[in-house]
Design a protein around this ligand. Sequence first.
Ligand SMILES: Nc1ncnc2c1ncn2[C@@H]1O[C@H](COP(=O)(O)OP(=O)(O)OP(=O)(O)O)[C@@H](O)[C@H]1O
Length: 614
Amino acid sequence: MVTKKKRKHWELLWQLIRYQPKLYILDSICWILITGLPALPGLIIREFFNRLTNEAQLGLSPLALIALLLVLNLGHIAVIFAGRVTKTQHRFLMRSLLRHNLLDRLFKNPTAQPMVVNQEAETTVSQGEIISYFRDDAEQIEDNIAWISELSGEAIFGIFCIGFLLSINVQMTLFVFLPLVAMVAIIQRAETRIKKYRKASRQATEKVTGILGEIFGSVQAIKVAGAEKNVLDYFRTLNDQRRQTMIKDSLFNAILNSSFQNMVNLGTGIILLLASQLMKSDVNQLTVGDFALFVYNLSFVTSFFTSVGGFMALSKHTEVSFDRMASLLSGASAYTLVAPNQLYLNDLNGSQKDLPAIEQPLRNERYNLQSLRVSHLTYIYPGTNQGITDISFEIQRGSLTVITGQIGSGKTTLLRLLLGLLPKQSGEISWNGNIVENPATFFVPPRSAYTPQIPQLFSYSLRENILLGLSKDDSDIETALNMAVFEQDLATMNESLETLVGSKGVRLSGGQMQRVAAARMFVRQPELMVFDDLSSALDVETELALWSRIFVNTEQGENPWTPTCLVVSHRPSVLRRSDQIIVMKAGRVEAQGKFEEIFSHDTTLPGSYMSSVR
Ligand SMILES: Nc1ncnc2c1ncn2[C@@H]1O[C@H](COP(=O)(O)OP(=O)(O)OP(=O)(O)O)[C@@H](O)[C@H]1O
């Protein structure tokens, strides 16, 4: 079991390395030279000392040897500079690829809501918590990749130096391996603890970033409730927990690193004692130059072994990071994280590939809505008995269907289920008599568009919020805004379509946000328009004007369009002008039909609800 997991983690790292092989090789060459070039002065030092004892082999003057030393050091500085550039570029690519792939996968979830799978159970991850995955875990994996090329550089010269040591004295060299054996044994024994501490510290960080996100998202609510002290106390508790787990994690790491360092130092001490004995003895005598070279090379070998120890611990942390990121993939393979997707980032020369054109939705007569049928649709929220059960209805082209009912009766759940934003547990949806297999990918423009109860706007201009990458003329945007009854609001805005709406549209009123979101739908001219409770933010006249414009204006002009509307509403005026009403109660359809049929005097609907719509 353990072996399988280990292999998998290495396979993922290998996939990442293969993403940009040329850059990786260039970077590795730089790092081989950065770590390896300092080994060469050892030869010069031996020559220098042997010259003092008249045992030199090359016959170079001391000045020439010093000049050679200088040239080597200048070359070293040059490769350090090049290595920094390649390393930064490569690290950035690795981190970006992981983040891109994780984000791409999250967007593919029907709800685009991050969910983490832990022990078979799925739980949502808040916007604040997700930062820890995108920042800390991606950087951990990036660190591991960076270490591989640095360690390969050290390994090549480590082996080269071991060769030298062996050529000088085999017996002494064997002691070099003792610390390495001990380090491997320690890592094997400490594996569970390394992972446990790292997992706990990541989870604690996740909680802190999570609460920070929630605090900043609800400052007003906290102030209004006078809950500042309680919130800060809770924040402090989470920070204390984080401090404790981080200290454990860092301390354990530091203990491991220092024990590796000390083991290596002890090994070096033993070797030096042995060397002094050999230098004194008649047999196997070392020259002063040999000894100088041995000591010089020994430092490379020992620092390489210390790095190996650190690297083994780092790899365990990387396994934790891969596991954590993979838990967000909703069952997709961990390979999704390392898939070689295009990133469109600047390369080493500063050039960048052109971004792909945004796919413009194509209208296709074949998809024109004639009828939409929903049969026996059911969804119960996991772990609860809330949701909707056995919902059936049919919608005809060009009609207005209103879903109504008391709060919590399942109206939003029904819309979300129909649009594939929740996975249906049973039932069927057919579009023109054909079963819709995957509603999440089917109910998109130009087939369908949706405005949720709380519309999502971005901190861009009005134009960008409406188009979201779509290519349309200003006249189309203005027509859409006009249909959304926004023309008077637009006239008061100095910057017109270039007006910035602020983060999440804070510079707009609730009603303006709703109508901008509606204009976003209209500009796409979808066959089916789904609104979740427009009435909540619009006054009666504005809403009536909006419905009249939808059904009057769309049949005229250059591009006649026959939209079909499915809306949640409680407003009597909308219920009256609808073609069909679906009344929900406790997750089921309580009544269905035209206004007069449903709200006649002998209705069985609850009195309070009846009086609210009459
Ligand atoms: N994510 C969720 N997890 C668990 N239960 C949920 C979830 N979302 C909604 N519910 C429950 O499902 C039921 C239906 O909720 P839904 O939001 O569909 O009602 P609604 O009719 O749209 O309400 P409102 O008129 O207040 O918008 C409610 O009892 C609600 O508490």
